[in-house]
Design a protein around this ligand. Structure first.
Ligand SMILES: Nc1ncnc2c1ncn2[C@@H]1O[C@H](COP(=O)(O)OP(=O)(O)O)[C@@H](O)[C@H]1O
Ligand SMILES: [Mg+2]
Length: 357
């Protein structure tokens, strides 16, 4: 177990700064998730912890000790990649035991450790197989086994489930959670999948262009995002964004430059309305009503437990999504509906994207 601290860490590739002053503390034993769009610097962050990438400026500490100058082997970090990177000519047992053998551990002991690890991951029946005889999910378990067996101080996962199909991703996600509960080792997990981030993390750091937009517990980020970027990144279907202007007395809002509605509908005070430029309403925070924002239904998706309505609001380019319980769906394509936001759940974003309510 280890705590990891970034102190104003920067990383340049030639003249391009891709990590732009990160201050971050991973608490000992926590499951910390890095999430963000492709290219925002998540892998670079992990590679700097692992010692696979130099640090251009700032300090990286593991358990309070500066590790900037330490090589990968001296850091006690084990990394699991998206591509499993198993040795094709070695059996599963040999793959898992490889690092221990290289470190000079006696053969019998290696065998014991490999066996124990395989039991943890429920892959004992696969120990004599070769990687090409395994499914994707099995290969990734072996890759995880190879990391666990070394008893690292910290696990680094770089999108380990991205190559797997949806059902298997869910299964392995649950297994990883259990593994963390059992080992209680600090884990840092990179993903661009917001569902993985929401379900796995004790805390989530949302990255954008080499900076952290927000760090916090999953629900905190979901319910109280600091800005539009975080609000839009977390949540599926995505939060609905409505550009608006308020009249001088803040009694009327014009949505998308065309549609006038009463400000009362959103339950917002004059201050938020004066400074705000866009409203954010999550799909589950719209109700169907007799009056409200008029919209036309494009499509209804029935998901079993709920339905997602895709609708068009006059003057707004983007499709709207509304998520409601299945039995409440008296609508079909082409129908006119009225939407009412749940008061108290509406977010307001300023010109610069900051959430001001
Ligand atoms: N070895 C490298 N040389 C030059 N640029 C790199 C290198 N590795 C990553 N980058 C750049 O750094 C940025 C962050 O990359 P990365 O950390 O891989 O992002 P992510 O994992 O979030 O998708 C990207 O713009 C990428 O092109
Ligand atoms: Mg990456």
């Amino acid at each position: 177990m280890a705590a990891i601290s970034f102190k104003n860490v920067r990383k340049n590739f030639y003249k391009v700064e891709v990590i732009r002053g990160i201050d971050l503390e991973a608490v000992e034993g926590e499951f910390l998730v890095f999430v963000g769009p492709s290219g925002c610097g998540k892998s670079t962050m992990l590679r700097m912890i692992a010692g696979l990438e130099t640090i251009s400026a700032g300090e990286l500490l593991i358990d309070g000790v500066r590790v900037n100058e330490l090589g990968p082997a001296e850091r006690g970090a084990a990394m699991v990649f998206q591509s499993y990177a198993l040795y094709p000519h070695m059996t599963v047992a040999q793959n898992i035991g490889f690092g221990l053998r290289m470190a000079g551990m006696p053969k019998a002991e290696v065998q014991r450790e490999v066996q124990a690890t395989a039991e943890t991951l429920q892959i004992t029946s696969l120990l004599d197989r070769y990687p090409k005889q395994l499914s994707g999910g099995q290969r990734q378990r072996v890759a995880i086994g190879r990391a666990i067996v070394r008893r690292p101080k910290v696990f680094l996962f770089d999108e380990p489930l991205s190559n797997l199909d949806a059902a298997l991703r869910v299964q392995l996600r649950i297994e990883l959670s259990k593994l963390h509960e059992k080992l209680k080792t600090t884990m840092i997990y990179v993903t661009h999948d917001q569902t993985e981030a929401m379900t796995l993390g004790d805390r989530i750091a949302v990255f954008n262009q080499g900076r952290i937009e927000q760090l916090g517990a999953p629900l905190e980020l979901y319910q109280r995002p600091v800005n539009r970027f975080v609000a839009e990144f977390l949540g599926s279907p995505k939060i609905n964004i409505l550009p608006f202007t308020a009249n001088s007395s803040a009694s009327t809002l014009t949505l998308g430059g065309q549609l006038e509605v009463t400000a009362e509908l959103f339950g917002l005070g004059p201050e938020a309305l004066a400074k705000g430029r866009t409203l954010g309403v999550r799909p589950e925070h719209f109700e169907l009503s007799q009056n409200g924002i008029p919209a036309r239904v494009d499509l209804v998706e029935y998901l079993g437990d709920c339905a997602v309505i895709y609708a068009q609001i006059r003057g707004l380019d983007e499709m709207f999504t509304i998520k409601i319980a299945q039995q409440q769906v008296p609508v079909s394509s082409g129908m006119q509906i009225f939407l009412k936001p749940v008061k108290g759940e509406v977010m307001v974003f300023a010109e610069d994207g900051r959430c001001i309510r």
